[in-house]
Write a new protein. Structure first.
Lengths: 339, 339
DNA sequence: CTCGACTATACTCTGAGTGAGCATAAGGGC
DNA sequence: GCCCTTATGCTCACTCAGAGTATAGTCGAG
């Protein structure tokens, strides 16, 4: 319902993909090799008239850029307030760029992205694709091996920031948010708040992106704990995807999108741990998965388990009809870390 | 990263609001009086250059259209594949309209929308705003008084549709989806699947919108069970909002956005029931809310309870720091319906 | 060929949380 | 005071989840 006398913005829409896999118990995301400043970038491309639907447009871009043909795809969020490049406070025509972002899950065994594929079609934009581990970008999010040092470092930096607030009220508010998202009790750590944590760190100017977006250089090296930045707001987008996924695995059987047709229970557990960033109790995890009837036996055994061979399982899709919210509960073991 | 040789679509962006309140235990949504065919429409307006952020643009439009100034607002979904008006298979310039949709929650006690406010600013587009009960649009979603007749009617219509499938495979798939979303067991009813249910009914051509979108008139009256349609895809958007909200109240304290500053526990329960469409066990609900420390006593009593006066409570925001997922569990009482 | 390392799998114990319902308290109308 | 209404307190049974112990297979070193 456009109103006649009101101008509308010229808008460019970018379709951006967060493509997730879990390889050797490591959660990874697909990026294209860096921009001018050598920062990795998520695959994306502009929405075009020939794209029938938004999702079709996304699949098309990903295929052209990386050769990957996606399976599970889900819309993530629409970002409209992109940081503008310094020196360009606003586009001349008053327009703006929207990013409609999607998460895609691909099984480890899926085709490996092949940038040459793109080059053969003579695209000037072809760049090398690579898998980057999530936790290289978010070291504080990986609690699988116990409370990571980066977590304490982030908390300390935030506490300094909170204490430096101009007035008591701001100080209290900052401390409140810090304790809410980075609370010191490892048992109360809430994996779902990954996005909140990134946003807090950004706001506290502890992420270099905050400085770049402001058109300035970071005051100094921020330390290894702060992780690897991506171009523009792509690290924020990745944080959004992580938060969303961590929630989703608890009530929908999406984990299986990340696994091959058959897998062992340990493999399933490691995948759940990779996504949630938390160590799980092995026996209880198996009990949960089996008595929820999420999987069924194939009858085959995995030959290279190392010890006693594990049974190979397969996902049982019927579970969706039987249980309202089939998924894996993720509560960290009290002892922290793997046994 | 636009690619030089690829055309981009001219895109118009519409910001659309699903504004929710609960009045007298009825969940309602704010609509503007009908379009040409007298169908209600959600408040919306085009994104403009002067809007700083998407959310600011939305708030601005809602304020201009209805006089409401929104509190809690959350992005819902971006729809890009709007049904095109019949006779216009595609816009001449190849462009399209995106709808970025938001859910807003307002307390019952909030200001009542006043369309005259808009008229005084001489907008030709001013139309009367009204609150429409959700369940007028989705009669099958309201299970508070026990299994509603509309639910059985919808299921029956879907089963007919499934049986009429051309081949056995399609037949099985349709029956599967029907039983997944509309399963006959009232105990297994999953409130979160509201969107899936609407989409299934749409696909089965049991919603008039499906016919309109195809450029045809529905073959006949569909029966009261099919509920009240909205303009374009707005009923789908509302279904998306319902699904999202039903999920969210279980792990975030958003219910309180719908309530005045102080309220009785029964009022809180009725609000939870209104949103979830399911009757709750009174004593257990109180136990949950109190021992989760979601609320605290104000010391005051509600004078017009009817029987024994109820204590007035208030939300305790500190709970967000103490509990990872503060919210109200919604499991229907086994007996169904209110006692 | 036996032992030890390693991993898979089975089972037990225990306490917290939840579904259900009974019982009691505190108002109002008559 | 009786009865209706709603609020509030409490019990009981049962399920499920966290933690840990115990047993079963397989491999490789000695």
């Amino acid at each position: 319902m456009p109103v006649p006398d009101t101008p509308t913005s010229p808008v460019t829409v970018d379709l951006t993909a967060v493509i997730i896999a879990v390889t050797e118990d490591t959660p990874v995301v697909l990026v294209l090799s860096g921009d001018d400043e050598h920062r990795p970038t998520l695959p994306s491309g502009p929405l075009q008239p020939r794209h029938g639907t938004l999702q079709a447009g996304l699949r098309n871009w990903v295929e052209r850029r990386t050769g990957l043909s996606l399976g599970y795809v889900e819309q993530l969020y629409t970002f409209g307030d992109r940081p503008l490049p310094p020196g360009h406070p606003r586009r001349e025509d008053g327009g703006r760029t929207l990013s409609i972002t999607y998460v895609a899950l691909v099984p480890e065994a899926g085709p490996v992205p092949d940038p040459t594929r793109d080059r053969t079609t003579a695209r000037a934009t072809a760049r090398a694709a690579a898998w980057v581990p999530w936790y290289a970008c978010f070291p504080w999010e990986d609690g699988r091996a116990g409370d990571p040092p980066a977590r304490a470092a982030a908390r300390a930096a935030l506490e300094t920031w909170a204490a430096a607030a101009p007035d008591a009220e701001t100080r209290a508010a900052r401390a409140e948010r810090t304790s809410l998202t980075f609370g010191a009790d490892p048992l109360a750590w809430d994996g779902h708040r990954a996005l909140e944590r990134y946003e807090l760190l950004y706001e506290a100017a502890l992420m270099p992106e905050a400085w770049w977006d402001a058109g300035r250089a970071p005051p100094g090296p921020l330390g290894a704990w702060s992780g690897r930045p991506l171009v523009l707001d792509h690290r924020r987008i990745l944080a959004t995807a992580i938060s969303r996924l961590r929630g989703k695995i608890t009530y929908r059987p999406v984990l299986f999108e990340l696994l091959p047709e058959t897998f062992t229970l340990l493999r399933l557990q490691r995948t759940a741990e990779a996504i949630s960033g938390v160590p799980l109790h092995k026996q209880n995890f198996r009990r949960l998965v089996t008595q929820q009837k999420l999987v069924e036996e194939t009858g085959a055994l995995d030959p290279d388990t190392g010890g006693r061979p594990a049974r190979l399982m397969r996902f049982r899709p019927e579970v969706a009809r039987e249980r309202p919210a089939p998924g894996v509960r993720v509560t960290a073991t009290r002892r922290g870390a793997y046994p």
